[in-house]
Ligand binder design. Structure first.
Ligand SMILES: [Zn+2]
Length: 161
């Protein structure tokens, strides 16, 4: 999740640069929201206080986003659509690598999940604690990308980027 926020910031900056539009705080916030959007299905699992981690349902199926992105293009135009496309693609690629739950890239034709570099063992404690509050490689990558995103934003505000 911190990684998604970091990428959301960087993709907002990149999209604004690509289309030569001003980088407003609301545009950055939109990128962060877009980057986190597929994890909306996680809220139910966290609310249930279950240690069961499998929150990757419909918002994590790539094909679900095709009509949504087309509608965003139609109603909001190419800039917002590009930001959404980049953020969703980044999120789904990120969820394919690491953490071990994978993405069903071929849904609805197959529910097989594709995943790379998954942890070898399931954590014994709640996965949020295991992955975000322990000094694990996953945590270093997550918070590292988050910090890079903040640094990119800071550099942009200072006019260096
Ligand atoms: Zn996700």
């Amino acid at each position: 999740m911190p990684l998604d926020i970091g990428f959301g910031i960087m993709l907002s900056l990149a999209t604004a640069h690509l289309f030569s539009v001003p980088t407003t705080p609301s545009f950055i916030a939109l990128g962060v929201i877009f980057a986190l959007l597929p994890d909306v299905d996680m809220l139910w699992y966290l609310a249930s206080r279950s240690t069961y981690h499998d929150h990757r349902t419909y918002p994590h199926y790539p094909l679900v986003w095709v009509p949504i992105i087309a509608l965003v293009y139609f109603f909001a135009g190419p800039i917002i659509c590009t930001l959404l496309l980049l953020c969703i693609a980044m999120h789904l690629i990120h969820d394919t690598i690491g953490l071990g739950w994978g993405i069903a890239w071929l849904w609805p034709f197959s529910k097989r999940r594709f995943q790379f570099l998954a942890p070898k063992k399931e954590p014994r404690e709640h996965w949020v604690i295991a992955y975000y509050f322990r000094p694990t490689p996953v945590a270093f990558i997550e918070y590292g990308v988050f910090l890079v995103g903040l640094c990119a934003l800071y550099a942009h505000i200072k006019g260096a980027l």
